[in-house]
Ligand binder design. Structure first.
Ligand SMILES: Cc1cc2nc3c(=O)[nH]c(=O)nc-3n(C[C@H](O)[C@H](O)[C@H](O)COP(=O)(O)OP(=O)(O)OC[C@H]3O[C@@H](n4cnc5c(N)ncnc54)[C@H](O)[C@@H]3O)c2cc1C
Length: 447
């Protein structure tokens, strides 16, 4: 099928697979296109005289990113494990500076590496996502050139934020590091391989492991079920406040403080999970130089404070991490390669098999779904049934009726209830979801 860039963007947006990454806007040389806020997160508004190159068609995450091809282009090989991607080094650890560690999502490793890159002159500026810009409830991508600004961007933002629309604001003569989500890293790599000058000014891509994000409407519902009036606006919002793993903290203009532990506010996921989270097959940020996730394990969780699983994807990044270890900035313990996936089996399965099944089901229903150029070599019947159950919950959860029911329930009931049901379901489906994961293989699809 061949179509123009304009048709592609229109199709991706209207057919519901746009991830809101902002790539199309960032590639528009006229700079007249922009991202607009919608209840589904940011969406592109493309100027009719846009100058977006055809390259977009090869790297739009709502349409197609050919991961196997990109593996060959960027790494010159396929990964040994398709669950976690190409790996140079795996560690668990944290940033030694207590302030950074406690203010971050997990161990503060991303923040510490960004600060060191800036202080050592390896970058002129960092491109980060900061909660609270332009207003407390919102988050935006910003170019920053001070350590203080990097520090204030610490923490994950779990609502969609366009990051790649920043591309056309970059100066090709400068050096940047960026933090971005998995498909955004892959899209950037593709542009770099095509010689895109502004993409090439990004010298380091750092990114979180990425499970699920939720639509911004979740915040309003969260306020409502905690008895906050609509006109009592948010004055501060943190997704991972306090002791790791942290809690969602919302402070309102009237001074009300809402705090919900991360495991409790997960109940918002079935009602507000983004389509981008459901369709992506990349959990471990396979094309970032540095990918960082929470080090979920009972040993670390019982200590609080914040621990990360840290994956370096090339020797240059590994050398940088080891240098930071020697300088006393990071404390990292080398781990076997399997550690990159062993703490996240559930979410890796959700992406590597779940997303493929969900995308396939969409296609069977004549709905648009993105294509990542490969599929799992084998999927058991039991795993498909599990996915049908999960997808039914997501479809029902997003209907007005179920959102209304949620809207009416107080958080002290829905939080623990959801957590109880989540753990029960995790137990029931664990065997099926883990089965065959360690021998996961893929079949590369014809372009
Ligand atoms: C949407 C989302 C889902 C996630 N899901 C999981 C998961 O399922 N399992 C898991 O182990 N980890 C997940 N993470 C990663 C985890 O929350 C931490 O980000 C990660 O452990 C890094 O921790 P840190 O302390 O090193 O980061 P910090 O030092 O706190 O730095 C975080 C950096 O990430 C950047 N950032 C924050 N949000 C975004 C965003 N939306 N887009 C681009 N850049 C951003 C900020 O600019 C900041 O520089 C997720 C992160 C996000 C954003």
């Amino acid at each position: 099928m061949s179509f123009s860039v304009t048709e592609l963007i229109q199709q991706v947006v209207t057919k519901g697979t746009c991830t809101g990454c902002g790539l199309c806007v960032g590639m528009d040389e006229t700079k007249k296109s922009f991202m607009a806020d919608t209840p589904e997160g940011p969406r592109p508004v493309i100027d009719e005289n846009h100058q977006i190159p055809e390259q977009l068609i090869q790297c739009c995450a709502g349409h197609r990113i050919d991961y196997p091809h990109l593996y060959q282009l960027h790494y010159g090989k396929y990964p040994e494990s398709w669950l976690t991607g190409v790996i140079s080094g795996v560690y668990t650890g944290f940033c030694i500076d207590e302030g950074i560690r406690r203010n971050s999502s997990s161990g503060g490793v991303i923040t510490a590496v960004l600060c060191s890159l800036l202080e050592s002159g390896q970058i002129d500026a960092a491109i980060v996502v900061t909660q609270g810009i332009p207003e407390p409830e919102k988050a935006s991508v910003v170019i920053v050139n001070t350590v203080a600004e990097i520090l204030s961007a610490s923490q994950s933002v779990y609502v969609p934020v366009s990051t790649l629309d920043i591309l056309n604001k970059l100066d090709p003569g400068k050096k940047y590091a960026i933090t971005c989500l998995p498909e955004q890293s892959a899209a950037l790599r593709y542009l770099q391989k095509q010689g895109h000058a502004k993409a090439l000014s990004i010298k380091y891509i750092l990114g979180p492991y990425t499970g699920t994000a939720i639509y911004p409407a979740a915040i309003e519902t969260f306020k409502r079920i905690n008895g906050i009036k609509k006109d009592d606006y948010v004055s501060s919002l943190k997704w991972r406040a306090g002791e790791w793993p942290g809690y969602l903290e919302i402070i309102t203009k009237s001074g009300r403080v809402l705090r919900s532990p991360k495991v409790y506010y997960n109940f918002l996921i079935p009602f507000f999970v983004t389509n981008a989270s459901l369709q992506s097959m990349d959990f471990a940020n396979e094309f970032a130089d540095l990918a960082v996730g929470d080090a979920w394990s009972p040993g670390f969780e019982s200590q609080g404070q914040g621990f990360s699983v840290v994956v370096s994807r090339n020797e240059k990044m590994t050398a940088l991490l080891e240098d930071l270890q020697q300088k006393g900035v990071l404390r990292l313990t080398p781990e076997p390669v399997e550690a990159a996936s062993s703490m996240h089996g559930h979410m890796i399965d959700f992406k590597k098999r779940g997303s493929y099944i969900r995308n396939r089901m969409r296609k069977m229903l004549y709905l648009k779904a993105p294509d990542f150029g490969y599929k799992p070599a084998r999927i058991g019947f039991g795993r498909i049934i599990v996915e049908i159950v999960i997808s039914t919950i997501f479809v029902l959860g997003k209907t007005s009726l179920f959102r209304l029911i949620l809207y009416l329930l107080p958080e002290r009931i829905i939080g623990p209830l959801f957590n109880f049901m989540r753990l029960k379901w995790k137990n029931i489906s664990k065997k099926t979801k883990r089965q065959g994961l360690e021998s996961y293989e893929v079949k590369i699809l014809e372009n």
